[in-house]
Write a protein that binds this ligand. Structure first.
Ligand SMILES: NC(=O)c1ccc[n+]([C@@H]2O[C@H](COP(=O)([O-])OP(=O)(O)OC[C@H]3O[C@@H](n4cnc5c(N)ncnc54)[C@H](O)[C@@H]3O)[C@@H](O)[C@H]2O)c1
Length: 259
């Protein structure tokens, strides 16, 4: 039987044209939702339009206030309202000891990873309220509950996501709007390969050793995949998640620390 737990829900996934966001958008579409994504990657947006023709794809850098305002105008026009916002956009940021990092790179990481969530939530809240309630899912990271050496801007931004999520959940509970964060561990895919390469260089160890450390840091001894994250997002938006709010939900194979 097809999963229709999100039938007719109107869903916006930021950075939804590739990676984890694409998996989330696909899972919502498969569960019967009407999906809009935004992204900065034109080629990935074109591919999304081909693969999911009944859904919408817009170009938008979610760290830019004006572009976010335009996006919400477009989403409102296309979907006629909103039930679910998935704040998925995030960048890895620079890798290196804190004293070697530039303020420009620090700020860019926070702009994309946390300012964007504020900008999108601010526009989504009145729409969710108008729908009689809804769900916000914010992507944090295992780096939002552990310290992460040589990735200070990323970790700071992902801890900020958890504080933002828990505070917003309290503010919006009376409006029947639920707000949760998902904290993925290392998600297998091209991005984590880039991250592992950069970390190996920064720490001066072979890439193969760093890769082993990445899988061993989880009790389950493996990375997670994008579909694991997508299933949790769909669960949170559907009937199973109706009393789940203010939570920081780890999907990380029981990661014990970050190397
Ligand atoms: N991949 C992992 O191992 C992992 C682990 C923990 C948390 N996360 C978090 O999950 C989320 C998705 O990660 P991913 O690995 O799919 O990312 P990714 O690097 O694969 O990028 C996914 C998409 O984000 C888009 N994007 C980048 N900056 C954008 C911006 N300013 N505005 C709009 N779109 C933008 C890219 O064009 C790309 O299509 C992020 O918040 C990330 O921090 C990822």
């Amino acid at each position: 039987m097809t999963d229709q737990t999100c039938r007719d829900l109107r869903v916006l996934v930021t950075a939804g044209a590739a990676g984890i966001g694409r998996a989330i958008a696909g899972a919502f579409a498969a569960a019967g939702a009407r999906v809009a994504v935004c992204d900065i990657d034109d080629a990935a947006l074109a591919e999304f339009r081909q693969e999911l023709p009944g859904h919408a794809a817009f170009e938008c850098d979610v760290s830019d206030e004006r572009e976010v305002d335009e996006l919400f105008g477009d989403v409102s026009g296309k979907l006629g309202g909103l039930d679910v916002l998935v704040n998925n956009a995030g960048v890895a940021g620079p890798t290196g000891p804190a004293e070697s990092l530039s303020l420009k790179d620090w700020r860019r990481t926070l702009e994309v990873n946390i300012d964007s969530q504020f900008l999108c939530a601010r526009r989504a809240i009145p729409m969710l309220r108008a729908s009689g309630g809804g769900t916000i899912v914010n992507l944090s990271s295992a780096a939002g509950k552990f310290g992460f050496a040589h990735r200070t801007p990323y970790s700071a931004s992902k801890w900020a996501v958890v504080g933002f999520t828990k505070s917003l959940a309290i503010e919006l509970g009376p409006d029947n709007i639920r707000v949760n964060a998902i904290l993925p561990g290392a998600v297998d895919g091209p991005r984590i390969r880039r991250v592992i390469d950069a970390k190996a260089r920064s720490k001066g160890v072979p890439v193969a050793d760093m890769e082993k450390l990445y899988t061993r840091q989880a009790s389950l001894g493996r990375m997670v995949d994008a579909d694991d994250i997508a299933r949790m997002a769909v669960f949170l938006a559907g009937p199973g998640g109706r009393n789940v709010s203010g939570q920081a939900l780890s999907i990380d194979g029981d990661t014990q620390a970050l190397v």
